[in-house]
Design a protein. Sequence first.
Length: 288
Amino acid sequence: MGLVIAQVNILQQLEKRLGKCRQKKDESVFQECPHCGNTKWNFEVNISKNVYSCWVCGAAGTIRGLFYDLGVNVILPYIPYVKKEETEKEKKVSIFSEGVAPLTTDNESAMAYLASRNITQEDVCRYRLQWWPDQQRIIFPIYDISGNLLFWTARYIGKDRWQRKYIHSEVEKSELVLALYGDSIESMYLVEGIFDALRLHKEGKSVIVLMGTSISNAVVSFLRELKCKACLVLDADAADRQRKHENVLVKYLGRDKVEAIYLRNGDVSSDGLHGSSGLLGYIQNKMR
C-alpha cells in the first residue's frame, strides 16, 4: 500500500483502473463493478465520505480497502468518516507558519542532522520534508487524500537546550492515524517517533506513529479494520507505557493479534536507537 505523507488524486487513480466515471451529487459512478463485473453503472464511490458500494452485488467498504482489493500501490491515509455535527465550535486547520519552505541541500545543518538519522536526500523528497528557519526545525507534514495539510510535527535541531524537542500543529492528534504503508499490511509496527517510523518504512515495514500519545480509538478502529497484527515497539525507556499500550491492544484486538517487542538499553547498537543498527537492527534479529 501507500504512504500517508503525500498528495494523491483519488479520482484520477480510480479512473486509471475502472475507466471514466459519471458524477452524481457527491458520488462518482463507474460503469463496471470490479467485484461482480456488472456494467450498468451501479458502482459508486464517495470520496468525501471515504466509502464505495455496488448496488448489484452489495460490495462495500472504504476507499483504502478498494485500492487494496485492486492491488494498487498508491499513497493513502486513514481518515475515519465522521458525520458533521451542528456545533459552533470551529475545527482547527493545520497551516505552515510564514517562512516554512521545502527542505533543500542548501540547509546544511538540517541535512547533516538527517544524515545522522539515516535520512537521505531521496527520503527528504519522498516524505516532502520542510524547513522552518526561524525555529531551526525540520517539519514532517501529513497530507490527506486531496492534498490538504492535515498535520505536521517539527523537530528542533538548534543548540538551545531549553527548546522543546518537538512541536505540532494545533489539531487533535487523537482523530488521526499517522500510518505509513509498506510492502505488506499483515503486520503494523507501532512506534513512538517519526524517525523510528521512517527507518522501518524505508525497509518495507508498515508503521503507525503514536507521537508519544496513548492508543487512540482511531488507531484501534484502524487496526480492527485492517485485521492485521499489531507489533508494539517503544523506546527502551518506555517499558511502563509499552505494557499499558499492550494491554489496550490485547483488550480490543485479542492476544493473537498483538506482539509487544520490549527493548532494553543493551538491545540496540552503541551508536543509539537511530544509528546504523538501532531499532531496525534489533527488530530484524528479533523477528528471525
